[in-house]
Design a protein around this ligand. Structure first.
Ligand code: COA
Length: 245
């Protein structure tokens, strides 16, 4: 168990010897894991299932039959970086990077932009400064040797912070990890500007494609990315399932 309240099942596909598959052991193992978590004091069980729709759906159905509900449904989107449009925001913006302002500034940026996000996971993180600090630290750890201070960008309008984007370059492809705009400056093209800057940075560093993950409830974000040419990647589904004990 990772914290006192929420238990997790790893891996979500119980490992069963071939000769014993499809004999009910899978469900029995899941049920006993749930029982164990209940005895440990968990109030909820939550975990994620990733893969193509064909891979994930049988497990989503299996867990739903056991009383789990879908807590979050997200999808990977991708776009090639051959041509990146040149769209201008409706207000003049100055771009600074973590090379100039440091990565710690992104803790407050994340809180300001994500506290009302339709991404349930992100808005929950944004409600607690310690969680945001941990989130930013983990993001940096995951970037590891790929961390590039110029790919952590923040936009300012007349010295006021208005939005940020974080991109990470890998071998031949890139990730748009975060894009956020403060509520008062939305629908002015700031999100478009920051996403395009992230794509340009990735392209300059040799990436051919860019990927991102988006909560399908977060329609503003889905529409923004679709407008910028991102397509839903049918092999990249992520379901987070939860059960209240
Ligand atoms: C998603 C987000 C970054 C968009 O930023 P933004 O600066 O408002 O985006 P833009 O002004 O560049 O909008 C670009 C397009 O996105 C779509 N869009 C953005 N917000 C929308 C909304 N509320 N309703 C409908 N479409 C919307 C539109 O197609 C829009 O183009 P249009 O204005 O010409 O119609 C912003 O809403 C945000 O910060 N949300 C909270 C943080 C978050 O969830 N980030 C995404 C994480 S994956």
């Amino acid at each position: 168990m990772e914290d006192v309240e929420i238990g997790r099942i790893h891996p979500y596909r119980p490992c069963i010897l071939p000769a014993y598959r499809e004999k009910g052991f899978e469900v029995a193992l899941i049920k006993s894991s749930i029982e164990h978590l209940r005895k440990c004091g968990a109030k909820k069980v939550r975990f994620s299932i990733k893969g193509s729709i064909n891979e994930v759906m049988p497990y989503v159905d299996l867990y739903r039959n056991l009383g789990f509900y879908i807590w979050r449904e997200a999808q990977i989107m991708k776009r090639n970086l051959d041509d990146i449009p040149d769209l201008k925001p409706l207000i003049p913006l100055k771009l600074l990077t973590s090379r100039q302002i440091g990565v710690d500034a992104f803790v407050n940026f994340f809180i300001e932009c994500f506290k009302d996000s339709k991404d349930r996971d992100a808005s929950k993180i944004a409600s607690d400064v310690q969680k945001v600090k941990l989130f930013i630290r983990r993001l940096l750890e995951r970037e590891g040797e790929h961390h590039d201070p110029d790919c952590w960008m923040a936009a300012f309008a007349e010295e006021k912070f208005v939005g940020f984007a974080i991109a990470t370059c890998r071998e031949g492809y890139g990730l748009v990890a975060e894009v956020g705009v403060v509520p008062q400056f939305r629908r002015l093209g700031v999100g478009t500007f920051l996403t395009l800057k992230a794509l340009q940075r990735l392209k300059e560093r040799g990436a051919k494609e860019a990927f991102l993950g988006v909560d399908l409830q977060n329609m503003e974000a889905v529409l923004l990315y679709e407008k910028l040419g991102f397509k839903r990647n049918t092999s990249g589904f992520l379901y987070e399932l939860e059960m209240t004990l």
